[in-house]
Design a protein around this ligand. Sequence first.
Ligand code: PGA
Length: 249
Amino acid sequence: MRKKLIAANWKMYKTPDQARDFFRDFLPLVKGHDRDEIVVCPTYLCLDDAVAAAKGSNVAIGAQNLHWEKEGAFTGEVNAAMLLAVGVTHVIIGHSERRQYFGETDDTVNLKLKSALEAGLIPIVCVGEVLEEREASLTDDVLRRQCLRAFHKVSAKKAVRLVIAYEPVWAIGTGKTATPQMAVDAHAIIRGEASECFGQEFADKLRILYGGSVKPENAHTLMSEEEIDGALVGGASLDPKSFAAIVKY
Ligand code: PGA
C-alpha cells in the first residue's frame, strides 16, 4: 500500500501574515491525521513562517520551484541548499504554469529533478497534456516523453523519493476535473514509463498524484482509486476548511 500524499500548491497567493493565519486555522483541523502525508507549498517569501508554524505538526512544507545550480549569478533564483536551510522538505518541479509562462522545458525539469534528489529534497514532478494534445489522442505520447526526459540519467537508487503529479493542463483552475478513469489511465502510462526507466519494483512504489480542480466535493471519488496516490491541490487549498476537507476526503 502506498501512503497517499495530499499537497497544497498556493501559487502566487498569500502574504506571510495570511500564511500564518492559514496554519493557525488549518493545523487543528488535521491534528492527528496520519492516514495521509500532508504538504503545503507556499511562495518562497512565506516558507520561513510556514516552517515555523508547522514545526512539530504532521504537515511538511514544500517550495514551488528551485534552480538547479549550487550557487551563482542567477538573479531571482533559489536553490535546493537554500530551501533545505530554511526547513523545506518537498519541492514542486515543472508545474504546467512554469512550463507555459516561464519557459520551463523537459530539460530544465530534468536538471531540477537531479538537483533536488542530490540535495535530499522530495521532488513532486508535474506532467500532463494540454487540451489539444488530448483531443488529438496524444496524451500517452506526451506523458511518456515528459517522464522519459525528466528521468534522463537519474538512477532508481537516487530517485527513490520521487513523486509524480499527473495534472492535465485543461483541468487546472478550470473547474473541469479528469474523470477517475482518465486519471487512472494516465497514471498507468506514467507508472509504465517509470517501470521502463527504473524497474517494476520502483514503479510499484512510486506515488502518482492527481491534480486539476480537486475540491472537497470530488476528492473522495478520486482518492478512492487505488491507482491515485494523492492530490496536488491549487485553488481549493487556499482555504483551511476546504483543504482540510480534501485531506480527510
Ligand atoms: P487547481 O490547481 O486545483 O486550482 O486546478 C492545481 C495545480 O495547479 O496544481
